[in-house]
Structures are given as C-alpha cells and as structure tokens.
Design a protein around this ligand. Structure first.
Ligand code: NAG
Ligand code: NAG
Ligand code: NAG
Length: 301
C-alpha cells in the first residue's frame, strides 16, 4: 500500500469544524475566561508559505507553519479556491490523502505534514491556497490561513522591435513598434531612454490580441517621434522596450542613428539613397567604357 492514495474529489468539507465551534461557544459562555484565552491562543497556522509568482512548468513548495501551543494536531488540510486537494491525518494509515483538483499535481514523495510539492504548475494552478489545521479532541481548535499564488506563462522571447531604419534624417518621423509575443497575462510594455520612460504623447497604443485556449496574449506598443539633433545626443538615440508580466521582465535595446552627414557635407550621398548612388556610379562607368570603346573604334577605322 503506498503511503498516499488518490481519490476523486466529491464534496467540499466545510472548512470550519462545527464540533470545535460548538465546544468554543460552550467554553466561552460557561467556563472561566482565562481558560478561553488559553484556547483562543491554541493550535494555529502562523504562516502559509506559498510562492507569490511562478512560471508555467516550475514546481511549487507549499508550507504550512503550525504553532501547537500545547495542543495535539489532528489534521492538516490544503485547499485551493475552496477545493480540498490534500489531507494529512497523522493517526490514519496512510496519513496522506490526495484529492483531484484541476491545476494541482502533487508530488507524493515530497509531500507530508511539513510541506506539499506541486509539480509542473499551469495557469490553472493560480489561485488562493488555504491551510487548515484542526486540534485533537476535546478542543477541536480550527485555524486557517491563506496565500495567493499566480502562475505566469512567459512570452516566447524578448520583445521585438520593428520599423527600425538604418539611419534617420533630421525632421524625419521615427515609427517603431515593440511587440511581446504570447504571454499570460498580457505583457505590459514601456519605452524608455536612459532609464527615463518616454512621455505618453509619443506612445501609440494597440489592443493586445489573444490566441489559443487558454489564451496567450500578444501586446504591441508603438513609438512615434520626430528625429531631431536635440533628441539624438551625438547623433544616437538609445531606446529600450521593456515587457513586464507581474514580477518578470524582459527588454530589448535599440540604437537609432541620426544621419546629418548630408547636411554638413552635401556632396556625400545620403545613406538612404545608396541605391541611387550605385546606379549613377554604374552609369558613369558605362559612359566611360562607351567613350573608350568609341575612341578605340574611331582610331581603328
Ligand atoms: C487573493 O486572491 C483573492 C481572489 O482573487 C483576493 O480576493 C484576495 O484579496 C487575495 N489575497 C491576497 C492576500 O492578495
Ligand atoms: C505597428 O503595429 C500596428 C498594429 O499591428 C500596425 O498597424 C502598424 O502599422 C505598425 N507600425 C509599424 C511602424 O510597424
Ligand atoms: C550634426 O549636425 C549638428 C548641427 O545640426 C552638428 O552640431 C553636429 O556636429 C553634426 N554631427 C556630425 C557628426 O556631423
């Protein structure tokens, strides 16, 4: 017999032990008050240790710290969003029972009274986790404490910047997009320059798009500027796009170059017109070749 069994979750057992509650009421009204204080400060959960944020596929160790305060623990139970998924009753054989709850995969080898390990967490593992402890008779003191866990489905990659030109000329529009692909929840995007967020006036907001089931979101934030030498310190504008999903962050840096060679040395061809330059060079070359050829032909005749 394994020291754990999986049974189908049938019904939600009320979290509060009613016998315990009745015992409490009885003691509170009939028995001496100092005794009530001792009982009120009895067995309790001092802390529920649950990772606040995790990434899909990671494992989670849940710990329920209990202060016995002179009492004997009868049971320790774990619940997710009101559904019990684990129970540990030291006197039972086996003491541990696992209940089927969506989003919960228990690692029985690493679970017991002190901690419970959830393997391969998914978005459906996000929720409120509650630990409930009950003391042995006659008090049946019951105490619960909860903590939330949120699972993040991370974007496919660092955010992607599109629309980048090799150089910009003074007065030319700068239109960029920063896109974070497939995350849940949708990534929040921000554009910054030297750790300063770029003003709202320059941002272009697009609604995030969803795909698949459960949905994964793609977010896009546009940036719209006018290239000016005051903006491009020494001809360079360093921009960063940051995608944030809860506590997780990814960023991509890009450098924009202002091309003012055209203005200071007008005889140089602007970089953006390189194709035209190549064409004219080719034409000149052909012209010289033709002239030489004509000259040669004329000389022969
Ligand atoms: C946990 O999540 C629930 C449901 O979303 C919410 O009502 C509660 O305030 C949260 N608790 C904490 C401590 O964040
Ligand atoms: C930015 O993305 C939006 C939405 O996908 C698109 O309509 C727009 O043309 C894009 N702009 C650039 C500069 O890529
Ligand atoms: C670009 O032009 C500005 C003035 O418009 C000038 O101060 C700067 O030196 C120029 N930069 C280069 C690399 O020519």
């Amino acid at each position: 017999m394994p020291n754990w069994v999986t049974v189908q979750h049938v019904a939600c057992v009320p979290p509060v032990n009613y016998v315990g509650k009745m015992a409490h009421n009885f003691l509170a009204t009939v028995v001496v008050f100092p005794l009530l204080h001792t009982i009120a400060a009895g067995l309790r959960v001092t802390e529920v240790e649950v990772p606040r944020y995790l990434v899909v596929g990671q494992s989670a160790t849940l710990r329920c710290h209990v202060a016995l305060e002179g009492e004997v623990l009868y049971s320790l139970k774990w619940w997710k969003d009101g559904k019990q998924f684990y129970q540990y009753i030291p006197q039972n054989h086996p003491p541990a029972v696992v209940f089927t709850v969506p989003g919960i995969t228990i690692n029985p080898a690493k679970s017991g009274l002190d901690e419970v390990e959830l393997m391969d967490v998914q978005s459906s593992s996000s929720g409120q986790y509650r630990c409930e402890v009950v003391a042995e008779a006659p008090t049946f003191t019951t105490h619960v404490l909860s903590a939330n866990m949120t699972i993040v489905d991370t974007p496919d990659s660092n955010p992607r910047v599109t629309g980048l030109e090799s150089t910009y000329r003074e007065g030319e529009p700068v239109a960029l997009n920063c896109t974070s692909l497939r995350s849940r929840p949708p990534a929040k995007l921000a554009w910054s320059n030297n750790n300063h967020k770029i003003s709202k006036d320059h941002l272009v907001h697009y609604p995030s798009t969803a795909e698949g089931e459960p949905a994964l979101y793609t977010s896009t934030l546009g940036l719209s500027l006018t290239a000016t030498s005051s903006l491009f310190a020494e001809g360079v504008l360093n921009l960063r796009c940051t995608a944030t999903v809860h506590v997780y962050e990814w960023s991509t840096d890009v450098s924009l170059h202002l091309d003012n060679v055209t203005y200071s040395q007008p005889h140089h061809l602007p970089t953006l017109q390189q194709t035209d330059g190549a064409t004219s060079a080719l034409s000149s070359c052909l012209l010289i070749t033709f002239s030489l050829f004509s000259f040669y032909v004329l000389r022969l005749s």
